[in-house]
Design a protein around this ligand. Structure first.
Ligand code: C2O
Ligand code: CU
Ligand code: CU
Length: 496
């Protein structure tokens, strides 16, 4: 009862903060104070330029079976708004960072040069990389230092991934400043190889009135960073022009820190063909929308309308993540799909089956992961709420859960908080088994490989999960502010 009252009071306080920021008179440079959530100047970003193709990181090895490359994480002045420069932190000076295009079976060797004024790491989100090569917060690369990440890309892992920093308590800031990039693993036997393949990397950008990356506010540390301009391949509302009638494969990545993207395309339905870990067993056609939680990726097929010279909007529909109405995410437009003046293309063949997905076997152990709220944690710039996993805040020197290499487990992820959390586990692709709402259990509609599952407020998700390499893995909420504020745990995988 007391707790509930306290919650009410704190929320009233936040309502005031929200109202206060509406005027937009906040001091943009102070950053993170109780007053003045910095104004968004996303409106000043140029809009409507052609969708940028993503520049791939060159393979320096000269051999197909080996990928060698260099990433420098460095402060960079970028021109986002004509006539103004924005101090960013970027991989190799580009927004987003270079596309890392790998092939199944390849051996990968990438050097990271850290030219940032703080620790960083590179985490290969979703890939099956050995724990000591996966950019854990326990393995920081110090300012001015370099390290080599080395791993193999297993067969069967073709899909859409991304990479981003993962040092202790600085992930949200480093990503907000620009450090995030797409990663695609290609297969030799891709059943959709005949279709044009378009990657759409969605990231968030929030600038203050001096066109600098705005600092995190206490609201950000509570709800996750909101009110950002959404960029696709680094551009605001880009135009993607295609011949009418064309069928394309779109890989859409949610690389925002906290935005739920309910994707819908005006005048079209979407055919879902892939999730985090690659293709589904069979296409799911006729979808009017698809939800991409923070950190998730989808692959969809779009058969573009046969009308020439038409325009359609790709939208991120309003999504409410509860939290007493404060965690409400506005409607936003992502991109314009434009058809050219050419005559309509002949519709492409869509295979009815894509690849087999074997169900993970019968689980031989069960784990419980309970998400809860705590009041007045005072962490990370004064956020009023902390979010905990099994009642604890992250400690990299503690082991929270243990498993055995190769063992299939059932994880019950129970969300006892008032907002949604996208829960991510490193080093594995898992399968959703069921969801439960008020005791009513619904089995997952189809098999799919996921590394992040959204667990809505007051609901639970049960997943089947298996780790294949010994060592320490992170599991956490992928609202980056929650992760930094401690909503993360360590899973120790013991050798079998
Ligand atoms: Cu993409 Cu541990 O994160
Ligand atoms: Cu990850
Ligand atoms: Cu969270």
């Amino acid at each position: 009862m007391k707790r509930r009252q306290f919650l009410g009071t704190s929320l009233a306080g936040m309502g005031g903060l929200l109202a206060g920021c509406g005027g937009g008179e906040g001091d943009s440079s102070s950053g993170g104070g109780m007053t003045g959530v910095p104004p968004v100047t996303g409106d000043a970003l140029p809009e409507g330029q052609p969708l940028r193709p993503l520049a791939a990181l060159p393979n320096e090895s000269g051999q197909a079976e080996q990928f060698s490359g260099t990433l420098a994480a460095a402060p960079t002045l970028a021109t986002l708004i004509p006539g103004q420069s924005t101090a960013m932190w970027l991989y190799n000076g580009v927004i987003p960072g270079p596309l890392l295009e790998l092939r199944e079976g390849q051996h990968v060797r990438i050097r990271l040069d850290n030219r940032l004024p703080q620790d960083t790491t590179v985490h290969w989100h979703g890939l099956l990389v050995p724990p000591d090569q996966d950019g854990n917060p326990m393995d920081p690369v110090r300012p001015g230092a370099s390290r080599i990440y080395e791993f193999d890309v297993p067969t069967g892992t073709a899909g859409t991934y991304w990479y981003h920093p993962h040092a202790h308590q600085t992930v949200a800031e480093q990503v907000a400043r620009g450090l995030a990039a797409p990663l695609i693993v290609r297969a030799d036997d891709d059943p959709l190889a005949h279709l044009p393949d378009v990657t759409m990397f969605v990231s968030g950008l929030r600038l203050d009135r001096n066109a600098q990356i705005s600092a995190h506010s206490p609201m950000d540390w509570t709800l996750g960073r909101q009110g950002e301009a959404l960029l696709v391949n680094g551009g605001r509302l880009p135009v993607h022009t295609v011949r009418p009638g064309t069928t394309q494969r779109w890989r859409i990545l949610n690389a925002t820190s906290a935005r739920y993207l309910r994707i819908a395309l005006d005048g079209h339905t979407l055919t879902l063909v892939g999730t985090d870990g690659g293709l589904l067993a069979a296409p799911i056609a006729g979808l009017s929308e698809v939800l991409i939680a923070p950190a998730q990726r989808i692959e969809v097929l779009v058969t573009v309308d046969a009308t020439p010279n038409a325009r359609y909007r790709l939208r991120a529909l309003r999504y409410e993540s509860e939290f007493m109405g404060l965690g409400t995410y506005r409607d936003d437009d992502l991109l314009t799909l434009a058809t050219s003046a050419e005559p309509s293309a002949v519709p492409a063949d869509i295979p009815q089956s894509l690849r087999p997905i074997a169900a993970l076997g019968v689980p031989s152990a069960q784990q419980r992961v309970e998400l809860s709220e705590s009041m007045g944690m005072g962490m990370m710039g004064g956020g009023m709420f902390g979010f905990l996993i099994n009642g604890r805040s992250f400690d990299m020197n503690r082991v929270d859960l243990t498993t055995v290499q190769g063992r299939v487990e059932l994880w019950d992820i129970v969300n006892n908080t008032s907002m949604d959390h996208p829960i991510h586990i490193h080093g594995t692709q898992f399968q959703l088994a069921s969801r439960a709402v008020a005791g009513v259990v619904t089995p997952a509609p189809h098999l799919a490989w996921l590394d992040t599952v959204n667990v809505p407020s007051r609901q639970s998700a049960t997943i089947k999960v298996r780790q294949t390499m010994p060592g320490k893995r992170m599991f956490h909420c992928h609202i980056l502010e929650h992760e930094d504020a401690g909503m993360m745990g360590v899973l120790e995988v013991r050798p079998s």
